[in-house]
Design a protein around this ligand. Sequence first.
Ligand SMILES: [Zn+2]
Length: 496
Amino acid sequence: MGRIAVASIIQETNTFSPQPSTLDDFVAQGYWRGVEAADRSAGTNTEIAGAIAHVHRSGHQPVPIVRAWAMSGGVLTARAFAVLRGQLFDGLIGAGPLDALVLCLHGALVAEGEPAADAVLAETARAALRPGTPVIVTHDLHANLTGRIVAAADALVGFHTYPHIDQGDTGRRGAVLAVDLLAGRKRPGTVLAKRPLLIPAEAQAIADPPMGALRRLADEATVGPILDVSLFPVQPWLDVPELGFGVTVTHDGDEAAARAVADRIAGAAWAARESFAVHPVPVDDAVAAIRPGRGPVLLVQSADSPTAGATADSAVVVAALLKRAGEIRAVATLVDAPAVDACHRAGIGGLVNTPIGATLDRRWSEPVRVTGTVTRLAADPVVLTGDSMTGQTVALGRWAVLDTGSGLGLLLTERPAPTFDPAGYRHAGLEPADVDAVLVRSATMYRAGFAGQYAEAVLLDLPGASTPRLDYLTFQHAPRPLFPLDPGPLQGGEDG
Ligand SMILES: [Zn+2]
């Protein structure tokens, strides 16, 4: 029986967010050490829970080291990164002799001065382990793969789904590699191919033709010595060197075969680059088209998505909905700590007149003044109930529900509420099924969370730190040329 360590340090960075991420963002969402990391993750659809469960099943001893998870956000402070890195190192040293490590990382973590922070974590882990101890890394599909992380890991696997519903299964696949390696049954290695391609997250869904075709190629290639093919279309709000579409192929001792598969699939992604376009709709047009009583229309404000690291405080859609006050019913959510405070001071039943919005990121929207009655006040977290991150608890800080009296229910929170899952609204007593319009701050994940629960979803054409319009963003560190930012003929992919 081997002792297999499992550690999870996960945050997706959006380098266009003006708000730095801090240790408090992890503490709020669960920064658990040692056995607490296993106990509090058990039964959830998360990488760490999936990995630990498989290690158990295979007769080995799981050794939980740390679980630190935060909502997506801006660049992580150097201090917070040092603390997390130190916890990983000290936890591994303090755990006694270890035979392998499954390290669950997002893959798009950026810390101050560390554009490839996940690679630094993997190198830190390796430095804490005896030489030759296998390190298996798991990543989110939105990871930006670097040569450094691939070098630091014995093998690396990522999510196969988007919307992501295979977090637990990805942890399991990582643990399978660790167990097989320990048993001497496999000699896994991972190779990487990249292309200078960015894709709006809204065009990355596995159910849609371009990504679906690539995923099918990946599945068909997973035979014989090819153990896993993971696609990393990368989340595009990441201004870092080495940015681009990645494909990893994990093989059992046949690097040449793996390299051929990686190049073939990366080449297919490059060849399909023109088919990843999105067609967002102006917000006023989208709201004007809503007819009452036809089932909820999801107004997809992915430009300000907290699960993509934006601040979720743009009131642009709320302003558009207020223009139809009394005509349609709607629910919307917004991060606004001062407005939450005003509601808590007014108390249940109190009348509040307050500006909301643009308290964190003032570049894309103006505050909007609303008047309403406070109908709920609380500070408890929401438990996700959809197929993604099922069972995971997400802290909202203090929150309040404001009823404008004209058909609009507002969930105001101190911390961002993940709106890809209707559990956020339901937790606050707002029922998305009962209204004509639902504000959803999510690029694609809502398709899993709201599956079967909406009439139509309309992607809104808005600027923001997580906008689908990549031409709204200014990249300074990403390698150029990069499709679709640079028009005209591009080198880089045709060889695949
Ligand atoms: Zn993702």
